[in-house]
Design a protein around this ligand. Structure first.
Ligand code: XMP
Length: 516
């Protein structure tokens, strides 16, 4: 029997920093999950099977407590006996719902601020008299509900932190999860360890044990196939599943024709060395035919997602496998809009792009709650080779979402050739070690150029390279011009159909990493 980890749930009131709170808690080896703000105590009780929920954090959010339809938590939480830490909007909401006084601030505070710690006790234990913090708020708490006491103030915020030690309810106007807050970590530590009494028992080692047990339990004696792409997520899922069900696992790599140069061979080679059953399904023409005339990115994803499943079903029928394993991770689910109150950004094909009717008995996603850096730790613990652990992510639909507009064989050839040059030059320079992803996009516009002494009218390749730690946000990489110059010269020299190369200088947000 594997121990249930202690956990803190973060109620999501819409803050852009909500995920940072969860990550900071996990970095302290305590499991954390983001849940919708209107979750009820009953729904939290349902977590009991897998987690010991020991505390709640109310995140910040863009609303004012006075907005019509501003998000509220279930008031029962305040009398439930569970420790609560409200951050920013969460802090204001606690004061407001318990009949304190919250007013629109006369001056909005945004950015670095200094707070005076009047009582360095409880969640503020270990903080100095004056601390540098990150603030971002309009509403301000002016009066506390009965039974509460103030702990800190700033120039514009008379009550910047409060507590009710008996009910174990706390509020912080600043953001301890943001790196600009110098002593954010001790506040989170105080809350999760001292107030909530969590044990730091969430480690990747314990995760592996639990995941192997779960895969074994859910697939049981039946066989499963893993949708293997060669990326770190599906490779880690494959290694976990192999540990759980041994040779009842078959890894299937679907070559839809939108893979990077040399990809199918690379994957086959690595996993066969591991003694896994590997099937490579060559289905280029099937996918190209289905995508003929399609220009809409979401439709491309849906069609590819559907066709993927059909190929897996056909193979599963042949070999008698009943379950499909996928390497879906937490950010895939978030961006596909799996939560009640989160916006759908794009339907990552391995999540929401799945067709409604599938033949499998079930889909098993053992990494569904992990962020990418956590997956990499698991991969290392499972002894996967470095080329896999540190492989740059590659989207399931592959180059199909890097060709703007209709996909043709010719366009696939061009983007593949350009992508190879981008990868070679960036890897040769060593810049790849700091990059999350680097690739080429066929921008879908033709422009005029001059090649030799003649006018040329050809394709535009966009080069994208980004830094990120989990793909939820990303910065375009400030690659030295010399490397970009080499890339551009090689692409225009070696691919005669290309007349222009541009570099994408947009962060995420407002862009996404992929162009479609
Ligand atoms: P975006 O473009 O949403 O990408 O900023 C975030 C990360 O997800 C990858 N990505 C996908 N992965 N199926 C996948 O398996 C998809 O449809 C998909 N779309 C984007 C992208 O490469 C980046 O790492």
């Amino acid at each position: 029997m594997i121990m249930k980890p202690d956990a803190i749930l973060v109620l999501d009131f819409g803050s852009q920093y909500c995920h940072l709170i969860g990550r900071r808690i996990r970095e302290l080896n305590v499991y954390s999950e983001i849940v919708p703000y209107d979750i009820t105590p009953m729904e939290i009780n349902a977590f009991d099977e897998k987690l010991n929920v020991k505390g709640l954090v109310f995140s910040g959010g863009p609303s004012s407590v006075y907005d019509k339809d501003s998000p509220r938590c279930d008031p029962k939480f305040f009398d439930w006996g569970i420790p609560i830490l409200g951050i920013c909007y969460g802090h204001q909401l606690i004061a407001y719902m318990l009949k304190g006084t919250v007013k629109p601030g006369t001056k909005k505070e945004y950015g670095i601020a200094y707070v005076n710690i009047d009582k360095p006790i409880d969640v503020l234990e270990g903080l100095g008299k004056r601390e540098r913090v990150w603030m971002s708020h309009g509403d301000t708490v002016y009066g506390l509900p009965q039974g509460f006491e103030p702990l800190a103030h700033s120039e514009n915020t008379p009550i910047a932190a409060f507590r009710n030690s008996e009910r174990r309810i706390y509020g912080l106007q600043w953001h301890p999860e943001v790196v600009h807050t110098e002593k954010g970590r001790p506040v989170i530590e105080n809350f999760i360890f001292k107030v909530c009494g969590c044990q730091p028992n969430w480690t990747m080692g314990s995760f592996i044990e639990k995941a192997v047990e779960e895969v074994g339990d859910s697939i049981g004696r039946s066989g499963g196939i893993i949708a293997l792409s060669g990326g770190v997520d599906s490779s880690t899922t494959a290694a976990l599943a192999a540990k759980a069900i041994g040779n009842k696992l078959t890894a299937v790599f679907v070559d839809h024709g939108f893979m990077r140069e040399g990809e199918p061979e690379f994957v086959k080679d690595i996993f066969q060395k591991y003694g896994m059953n590997v099937i490579i399904a060559h289905e280029k023409n099937r996918f190209l035919t289905k995508l003929r005339g399609i220009t809409d990115p979401e439709q491309k994803r849906k069609i590819i997602g559907e066709e993927f499943i059909r190929v897996f079903e056909e193979i599963a029928r042949k070999i008698g496998a009943e379950y499909l394993l996928q390497g879906t991770i937490y950010p895939d689910r978030i961006e596909s809009g799996f939560r009640k109150h989160s916006e759908k950004i794009k339907t990552h094909h391995n999540v929401a792009g799945l067709p409604v009717n599938i033949e499998f008995k079930g889909i098993v996603e053992p990494l569904r709650d992990l962020y990418k850096d956590e997956v990499r730790k698991v991969a290392e613990l499972l002894d996967l080779p470095k080329e896999i652990v540190w492989r740059q992510p590659f989207p399931g639909p592959g180059l199909a979402v890097r060709i703007i507009g209709e996909i043709t064989e010719e366009k696939v050839r061009l983007v593949k050739a350009a992508d190879k040059i981008v990868a070679e030059e960036i890897e040769k320079s060593g810049a790849n070690h700091d990059l999350w992803q680097y690739f080429a996009v066929l921008a879908g516009v033709k422009t005029t150029g001059v090649k030799g002494d003649s006018r040329a009218y050809g394709h535009t390749i966009a080069v994208r390279a980004v830094e990120s730690s989990e793909a939820m946000t990303a910065n375009f990489a400030k690659i030295p011009y010399e490397i970009l110059e080499k890339i551009s010269t090689r692409i225009t020299n070696e691919i005669s159909e290309v007349t222009r190369v541009v570099y994408d200088i947009t962060h995420k947000p407002p862009s996404t990493i992929e162009w479609e």
